[in-house]
Ligand binder design. Structure first.
Ligand code: UD1
Length: 417
């Protein structure tokens, strides 16, 4: 297992084009199963979670090939209906194959998905959605079986789950009749999934709002999509600049997808300017950040739970106390003990983290226990004095495309050995 050696203290300067979004490409990859013709995915990030999705597609009989930053998926010959436990456990998004398998094959057998350990991550909303669309879904001894082609129907989600909304959209696009999803999640990745399904000949409307309609009975064909810029990678990079100081221009990301994060950094004393597809961000090295009012994670357009850890790392050295309230996942503070090793003063009270800013963090030996927590430790290390040895890099590789290259191009000193 490799280790990242991060020398802290250098300000970050320059421009960087943000990678394609992990959370956008994964449902798109599952959706490729719906098309009997090739699908071209542009700006596809190279991530271990993408490799895991490709492995599942190939296992089901699809062919996948990289052409530079494009991934071409041809599911014309796909005929598999089962995904084994090993493949399901490789990531949380393996569950996104349930809806497309039900729609294309009329049956699916899989197990519970894996993914980051953030507390219990049930899939009841996914299963209820498919049942509401007419599939017979059963769970026994850890195996989920789904039989019958989806008819369509009304799916009312108890909570606007991102994954359940996406699974219902994917299943609905292959259903015989129309599907309406009520209390749908509103994330930008859902708007992109609508764009993708429409590019394949589907007719999906309403994404970005709380009610999504998917027209059934439409044969899908091949098509192309360009994956949107990753707003969480962008938030991590900005957190790194807030922690280390400096001035950067981010390209390829929509600032509107990051407005809650940008507002917080502005309140903390950073300067932000934005234009279509660009964000200019500055934190003067001689001006420390200041604490901000309580930050509570919430479904989009609220503050993203995925940005909580990296942003917290930046506020660990802000003057005053900042409180982070995690409302989405019950165990999403795995980075806190590691940040404490680096000199941070953080106490946990239930789902709240009280971050009392210290003057400076120092390098230490720390371990990532989940993807975004790993991003947070890299952020902290960039602003810290001395060297940090960061283990658990495999978690980081699930969602950050060459994290060290991204920061090194802006003047950081990170080596992977
Ligand atoms: C997606 C993102 C993840 C992000 C999360 C919340 C992808 C690949 N991952 O995950 O990065 O942190 O949204 O923005 O897009 N829940 C249930 N039952 C279900 C499904 C979810 O109770 O069947 C609960 C979860 O436990 C959690 C909440 O709903 O408390 C939100 O989860 P959800 O929006 O589904 O997240 P994911 O789709 O797993």
């Amino acid at each position: 297992m490799s280790v990242m050696y991060i020398q802290g203290g250098a300000p970050l300067e320059g421009a960087w084009r943000v990678q394609g979004a992990k959370n956008s490409v994964l449902p798109v990859l599952a959706g490729c199963l719906l098309s009997p013709q090739p699908v071209v995915i542009r700006n596809c990030p190279r991530l271990s979670d993408v490799d895991a999705a490709v492995d599942i597609l190939q296992h089901l009989g699809a062919s996948c090939r990289w052409e530079g930053e494009k991934l071409v998926v041809d599911a014309g010959q796909a005929s598999g209906t089962a995904i084994d436990e090993g493949r399901m456990r490789a990531m949380r998004s393996s569950i996104m194959f349930l809806g497309p398998l039900a729609a294309r094959m009329g049956e699916a057998t899989l197990t519970y998905p894996g993914g980051c350990e953030l507390g219990p991550r049930p899939i009841d909303l996914h299963l209820e959605a498919l049942r509401a669309m007419g599939c017979q879904v059963e769970e026994q001894d850890g195996t989920i079986t789904c039989r019958g082609r989806p008819r369509g129907g009304v799916v009312t989600l108890k909570f606007p789950s991102v994954g359940a909304t996406e699974n219902a959209m994917l299943c609905g696009a292959g259903a015989a009749e129309d599907t309406t999803i009520v209390n749908a999640a509103r994330e930008p990745e859902i708007v992109q999934l609508q764009q993708f399904l429409n590019a394949l000949g589907g007719e999906v409307t309403g994404a970005g709002g709380s009610v999504i309609t998917v027209r059934g009975g439409r044969p899908l064909h091949g098509g192309a999509i360009s994956i949107l810029g990753d707003r969480i990678v962008a938030a991590t990079l900005l957190s790194g600049v807030a922690a280390a100081g400096g001035e950067v221009e981010l390209q390829g990301v929509d600032w509107r997808h990051l407005s809650t994060v940008l507002q917080l950094f502005e309140q903390g004393g950073c300067r932000v300017r934005s234009a279509p597809g660009r964000i200019w961000f500055c934190r003067r090295e001689d001006v420390p950040m200041k604490s901000v009012g309580p930050v509570a994670t919430a479904p989009y357009p609220g503050f993203p739970t995925d940005a909580q850890a990296p942003v917290m790392a930046a506020f660990a050295t802000a003057r005053g106390t900042t409180i982070f309230q995690e409302t989405m996942f019950s165990r999403r503070f795995g980075h806190v003990p590691e940040l404490r090793e680096m000199g941070a003063d953080i106490s946990l009270h239930g789902q709240g983290a009280w971050v009392r800013g210290v003057k400076r963090l120092h390098g230490a030996q720390v371990s990532a226990t989940d993807l975004r927590g790993g991003g947070a430790l890299a952020v902290a290390a960039l602003g810290a004095q001395g060297e940090t040895q960061l283990r658990g890099v495999e978690h980081i590789d699930r969602g950050y495309e060459h994290l060290e290259e991204m920061f090194n191009r802006l003047g950081a000193q990170i080596q992977r050995r």
